[in-house]
Design a protein around this ligand. Structure first.
Ligand SMILES: [Zn+2]
Length: 656
């Protein structure tokens, strides 16, 4: 295990949430990961760590080095046997260092140096710096002292951690600037960054404050390091936590709630006492139904609940990972937010800070379901609206049309005088769930794949507000010199528009989506060329933009154009450096131009506007075009991750 960011690799992502490979001395684990909190004393464990590993495939746990250190017998046993043997767990073990005891008792009987050395001695995988715990109500002065003190301790710990990874807590209470300072200071010191001081917020359902802490903090966190959200151990908050960029979670709740007779579910907690129906069908509760569990002796009952609870926690973390892979984490977080008003408040708080999410927001996802009032405030919609404002600015007056999609039926309703000139009237589709949108953009993400209640209810047919709508029909003669020789193969049905209108509309559609992605200069350049279009015979959807018999852009299911190498060349000639560029170093250039992907460590720099999931031009240091591809990272992440792919190259310079 090396220095800095070499232990964490980004594999997949959905906004701030990420699937990562985290390498620890006892193996690679996949994040977001849940670490069950295990009591350091085997007599107090309930579920043993080996059972967790065998039955549920738990790869990593967390335990308290402080408890071991304060237990005369275990202290030396752990030294001699090592932590992994003591706990009979041979996966990844993280240790904390008494911060929790500090929170509960106000003080601990160990120095920061003693406890870091001890963690090294017992062979933990991830040692945690003993931080100064800052309560949410702390004064600014106290919080500031805590931040300084914790940073000082982290600096000292850096040299004393031995072969261990170092987790550095980020403090600062609810003070944005202090959190930022703490994050920046910790960045160079920790292998894992722990957002500390949020347990009291979690325990009192102040989830909105947790959101605020995270949206304030995220821009200051180094992207190449895993982030641990300390103590957010209830399955109802995992989706929210991952959405905010949490990579590592821990849970003691599975055990604590069992002790007080409560069942954990992603929808909330249930008191066993109140259970009259066998409301859980998990493997354990199928074996021993909950109504029978109530009658078990105390010890057995607690163990059943602890197992059920841990199982629910692990299962929810799997759902979170699946949702990230599917690009559906916002949907999952919204579903969970209906379980408790505090979660709803937290998600509302997240939508109030779109700029924390937008740099990592993908250009599209497979689907977009409207699930609550918050859906229309997701970052994807905010960005769509911002792009829309840019797109329509300076365009001439518009004409409202009703309908839903850019279908041949819609085309047939298009007034015949409409052409592709930006000064021509914009046809505003007034009936979309995102408000009035120019007809040519209605297949673009998120609108194109959006499913909302409007589709199942009567349409609101309000007139668009921008720009002023006009109904007058100028019967200006067609200026044929401007006409593109486009050929479309619109589905021939009784609805089919006359072929000339269809052609004009197809042209406007193509130019519209090119402008949407790459601006007006790209549109102007393309409209000056004799391009052709190919539509899908089956669906009638635009599939390709073709120039001189070669495909420039392939239109995806997200309604957005993807450049081929020729398309990339076209854009390269139009967009000024460093627009849309990722610059590969000398070592990588020949590989990229032969179609290999570009790794983060080979990136010299990138256009700051580049986010994950975007099409980019991969160039050499002299702006020579090597290939085109789709990013996995945002510009500010490239080069910082020492592992992993920055751009998956989709097309490259043809070989000589
Ligand atoms: Zn169950």
């Amino acid at each position: 295990v090396g220095e800095g960011g070499e232990v964490f690799e980004l594999v997949e992502r959905d906004g701030l949430a990420r699937i990562g490979r985290f390498e620890t001395p006892h193996g690679v684990v996949e994040t977001p990961i849940l670490l069950p909190v295990v009591h350091a004393d085997p007599d107090h464990q309930g579920i043993s760590p080996s059972e967790m590993r065998e039955k549920w495939g738990v790869e990593a746990i967390i335990t308290s080095s402080y408890i071991l250190h304060e237990n005369a017998e275990l202290k030396d046993k752990a030294r001699h046997e090592g932590l992994h043997r003591l706990l009979d767990f041979h996966g990844t073990i993280m240790t904390d260092s008494g911060a929790f005891q500090q929170h509960v008792y106000g003080d601990v009987a160990v120095t920061p140096e003693e406890i870091i050395l001890y963690q090294n001695e017992i062979g933990t995988d991830i040692a945690t710096v003993l931080d100064r715990f800052i309560e949410p109500g702390a004064s600014r002065q106290d919080a500031e002292q805590g931040v300084e003190e914790t940073l000082l301790r982290a600096m000292e710990a850096r040299d004393k951690r031995g072969q261990r990874l170092l987790a550095v807590p980020i403090q600062g209470g609810l003070y944005k600037e202090l959190r930022e300072r703490s994050a920046l200071g910790s960045s160079a010191l920790g292998d894992v960054l722990c957002v500390g001081g949020i347990v009291p917020l979690f325990e009192t359902y102040r989830f909105a404050d947790i959101t605020r802490v995270m949206t304030n903090l995220r821009p200051s966190l180094p992207p190449e390091k895993p982030v641990h959200l300390f103590g957010m151990g209830h399955p109802m908050v995992f989706a929210l936590g991952a959405l905010l960029g949490g990579d590592i979670f821990d849970t003691s709740s599975y055990h604590k709630f069992a002790k007080r007779g409560a069942l954990l579910f992603p929808e909330g907690s249930v008191d066993l006492e109140s259970v009259r129906e066998d409301v859980c069908g998990c493997k354990l509760c199928a074996q021993t139904p909950l109504t029978k569990v109530k009658e078990l002796p105390r010890g057995e009952r607690e163990l059943h609940l602890a197992r059920h609870n841990l199982n629910q926690c692990l299962l929810e973390m799997k759902r979170v990972r699946q949702a990230i892979r599917d690009g559906e984490l916002w949907e999952l977080a919204e579903r969970r937010s209906t379980s408790h008003p505090a979660l709803l408040a937290a998600l509302r708080e997240a939508t109030a800070s779109p700029d924390a999410f937008l740099p990592y927001e993908p250009p599209s996802r497979k689907s977009f379901l409207i699930l609550s009032e918050l859906s229309q405030h997701r970052p994807a919609v905010v960005r769509f609206q911002r792009n829309l404002a840019k797109y329509v600015s300076g365009r001439g007056p518009g004409i409202p049309v009703a309908g839903q999609r850019l279908t041949s039926r819609q085309l047939s309703r298009a007034p015949p005088e409409i052409r592709q000139d930006p000064a021509d009237p914009t046809l505003w589709m007034t009936t979309t769930p995102l408000g009035p949108v120019p007809l040519e953009l209605t297949e673009v993400y998120p609108l194109g794949c959006l499913v909302g209640p409007d589709e199942f209810a009567a349409f609101n047919t309000e007139m668009p507000q921008v720009p002023e709508a006009e109904e007058d029909e100028e019967d200006s003669p067609d200026e044929d010199k401007e006409e593109e020789s486009t050929s479309t193969q619109a589905k021939s049905s009784s609805d089919a528009p006359d072929s000339q209108t269809a052609e004009r509309w197809a042209t406007r559609h193509a130019l519209g989506i090119v402008e949407w992605c790459w601006g007006r200069a790209a549109r102007t350049a393309l409209s000056g060329k004799q391009f052709n279009l190919r539509h899908s015979r089956a669906s009638g959807r635009l599939r390709e933009i073709i120039l001189d018999g070669a495909v420039l852009f392939v239109i995806g299911n997200d309604g957005l154009p993807m450049p081929t190498f020729l398309g990339a060349k076209f854009l390269h000639g139009i967009l000024p450096f460093p627009s849309m560029r990722v610059i590969a170093n000398e070592d990588a250039a020949p590989f990229v131009s032969s179609g290999r992907s570009l790794f983060s460590r080979h990136v010299i720099s990138a256009d700051k506007a580049v986010g994950p999931g975007q099409h980019v031009l991969v160039v050499d240091i002299n702006d020579g075009l090597l290939g085109v591809g789709r990013t996995l990272m945002a510009a500010q992440e490239m080069g910082r991750f020492t592992r992993g792919m920055a751009v998956r190259v989709t097309a490259h310079r043809p070989g000589d």
